[in-house]
Ligand binder design. Sequence first.
Ligand code: C5P
Length: 401
Amino acid sequence: MLENKRILLGITGSIAAYKSALLARELQRRGAEVRVVMSQAAIDFITPLTLATLTGHRVYSDFTENKDQGTWTNHVDLGLWADAFLIAPATAQTLSSMVQGSGDSFLLAVHLSSRCPVIVAPAMDLDMFTHPATQENLSTLAQRGVGIIEPESGPLASGLDGKGRMAEPEHIADWMEKWFRDAAPLSGRRVLITAGPTHEPIDAVRFIGNRSSGKMGYALAEAFIQLGADVLLISGPVQLNPPAGVHEFVKVETAQDMYDAAMARFEGCDVAVAAAAVADARPTTPSDRKLHKGELPAAIALEPTLDILAAWGKNKTPTQTVVGFALETDNGEASAKSKLERKQADFIVLNTTADEGAGFGTDTNRITIFEKNGDSHKFELKSKAKVAEDIVTTLLKRILS
Ligand code: C5P
């Protein structure tokens, strides 16, 4: 996903420029923020008004905005704003000018001054593309770290058929997604998360459950996905959609199902987070049909469920990081510390229902993170998405060390 990624889209003078409008749309659809820089030649193919309307932002194409008043556009700021400068289409002329280090257009000046990674999607006729000059320019740019999105084969504007068409907008967006993912700090790391409540059947229609909404676990899954991790999310019954970009999503009902799914996937995980509110006990002899009113027992015999977090803690290797939650009704520091020890976790995230806006069902949370080494980190009340970022940032130090 391109959620919150700032992409500066450079458009140069090729007939493929008409597809840049679709590309801008596609990048935005996937969550990116898009600003557009156009060369003067690109304006012959597609109007700035089209791109400005689609992106909701003015288009940049010249150093000066109003010559009489001496106002100018700051190309340095644009380069600093962007997470990536994507030039699509990039003409043979543009590639050549980039190799030369030319700054004689606004777009080229942005290229020279940008600190973010630069990516080009070349578009030209097949002979221009295979020309040794173009090929040398591309390999020089690649050596400088510029990302190259290979053109595709098919009919060309010249009437010829061959390789040179700018990659389709969807393919460019796919390429950008993969590229951001590979560049992300947790790329290639596997993170296993349990979330939500479990339902323990009393009979075919009744169950024992709890008020967990799953929001904290899902927010954590999203935060890990943002950093490029392969997230495996095991979820109890909740009213939430699986997070976009999740590697594997497993829906379970009972504590036993969650335990089985969590243990089957633990090996090979770098991080395992027990954010689920697993039932501590289940009815010993659930009925597989609905009990009639008169048949309901006066008391329901319970037996303990298996503790996933404790099992992870017991089985973990030195390179695995295990994280648990402690939801307490009072300040709970002693309880969180004892959980850290008893369950052999590396981190325990404490939240207390005593804090207004924290705990089950709410959109906000106030947490303290306790580490195995005795350190603790206290955070203010904030949205669960922001809390998830705090947790992930705290874990990153250990995961990446
Ligand atoms: O012991 P307690 O239920 O308070 O511990 C809470 C922590 O243990 C949470 O991280 C929860 O996800 C985890 N847990 C678990 N399996 C259970 C019970 C709790 O993973 N059966």
